[in-house]
Each structure stands twice: as structure tokens, then as C-alpha cells.
Design a protein. Structure first.
Length: 233
């Protein structure tokens, strides 16, 4: 494959990634609006989160593949184009941790669709993977922001990927607050602070939605930084 065709594929993949994040973030934001839950019922609201998590996973997988393709070749051979192990590469590390986080969200939101879960099972199958996914998003966004910051040049505006990274870090913090507030109290089975949990989810989703929209901007690359770098949460 020529360099120009590889760049074209990266651009198309980046746009797909942005749109998948836009749809997933929009569904998460919608599900966090109390009026929506009241209008459609808790089960359909939970289904909205689950479908949104699938879009997040699809976007995260494309970013992981982009990070793999960006890895330098070893000697005269190209790296494998699927699963690799390269934790020393910040782009790969951010993408892989983010992908793991989305899978935890899949598990959490999928189990939230089940009826009549006990408080103990809700804590194990809904809250715990949600908390793990939130931690993974925070770690991934921090790593991606550091990676994007390496492209900054003194005296020049910050690259777009760095700005997206800052927004995604804010979104990850909001998701973390949401997960903490959603802790299930064992004695009663109630959520610790449902209002704060919904607010954290809404703010986090809007942050990722903003970052994804910025990915669709006319600027395809920043100085010495790939276009998708720093977009990981």
C-alpha cells in the first residue's frame, strides 16, 4: 500500500471513529436526561445506554487499529495489523486501555437490562464494571493527552488533538464522578446519589460529544502529530 493510500484510509477511519463517538455520546447524554427516562421507562432508558456503549466500543476499536497501524515497523518487516503488545507506545497504550474500558461499559449496561437483580449482583455486575470502565477511560485519556502534548511547539497554538484530549479528560472525570455516585448501598440496594450520577453521565457524554465533533473539523493533521492522536478518552 502506498503512503497516500494509507493516509486516505486513516482519514476515512478517523471520520468513522468521530461519527461513532458522536452517536454513542448522544445516546449516553439522552439516557442521562431524567425527562427521557420518565417518558420511555427505565428499561428502554437502560437499552439506550447499552446501545450507546456499543457505539463507543466500535469507535474505540477503530482507534486501537489506527494506533496499531501507526506503530513503527521492526526491521524490514511490518508489524502485525491486528492484536499487538506495545505498552511503551503511548498511542497504543491509550487505545488499548480505552478499548478495555468500553468493554466494561458493555458488560455494565448489558447487565443493567436484567430485571430483579439483587443488591449484591447489581454491585458486582453493574456498578463494579462501570467503575472499572470509568477508571480505564480516565487512564486512557490522561495517556492520550500526554501523547498529544508532545506535538506542542513553544510559541505556537496548542494542536487540535491536545485540545480534544483536554476535553476528553474532563469527560472522563465526569464519568468517574458518575460511577462513584452510582454506588449501590448493600443494605438497601439504593443508588448512593442518583442525581449526581445522572449529571456526571450527562456532562461526560457532552464532553466526548464535543471532542468527537472537533475531530470532524477541516484540519486533518497537526504539526508532527497524527490526526487521531489525543482523541482517546
Amino acid at each position: 500500500m502506498t503512503e497516500s493510500s494509507g493516509a486516505g484510509r486513516s482519514t476515512v477511519r478517523g471520520r468513522w471513529t468521530a461519527w461513532l463517538f458522536i452517536i454513542g455520546s448522544s445516546l449516553f447524554a439522552l439516557g442521562a436526561v431524567p425527562l427521557y427516562a420518565e417518558a420511555v421507562g427505565l428499561r428502554l432508558c437502560a437499552a439506550t445506554f447499552f446501545v450507546g456503549s456499543l457505539f463507543f466500543t466500535s469507535a474505540a476499536f477503530l482507534q486501537y487499529r489506527e494506533a496499531v497501524d501507526a506503530l513503527p515497523a521492526v526491521g524490514a518487516t511490518r508489524r502485525p495489523s491486528f492484536w499487538v503488545w506495545a505498552p511503551q507506545n503511548l498511542g497504543w497504550l491509550a487505545g488499548s486501555v480505552q478499548l478495555a474500558g468500553t468493554l466494561w461499559f458493555n458488560w455494565s449496561t448489558g447487565n443493567a437490562l436484567r430485571d430483579n437483580l439483587s443488591a449484591a449482583l447489581t454491585e458486582q455486575r453493574v456498578w463494579r464494571p462501570d467503575a472499572l470502565g470509568s477508571v480505564a477511560f480516565l487512564v486512557a485519556s490522561g495517556v492520550a493527552l500526554r501523547d498529544a502534548g508532545r506535538g506542542a511547539v513553544a510559541g505556537r497554538p496548542r494542536p487540535r488533538t491536545w485540545k480534544i484530549g483536554v476535553i476528553n479528560v474532563a469527560g472522563s472525570v465526569a464519568f468517574g464522578i458518575s460511577a462513584a455516585a452510582a454506588f449501590v448501598i448493600p443494605s438497601s440496594g439504593d443508588v448512593w446519589n442518583a442525581e449526581l450520577s445522572n449529571l456526571g453521565t450527562l456532562v461526560g457524554a457532552l464532553c466526548f460529544l464535543t471532542g468527537a465533533i472537533l475531530m470532524l473539523g477541516p484540519e486533518s493533521t497537526d504539526a508532527s502529530v497524527p490526526a487521531d492522536r489525543g482523541t482517546h478518552p
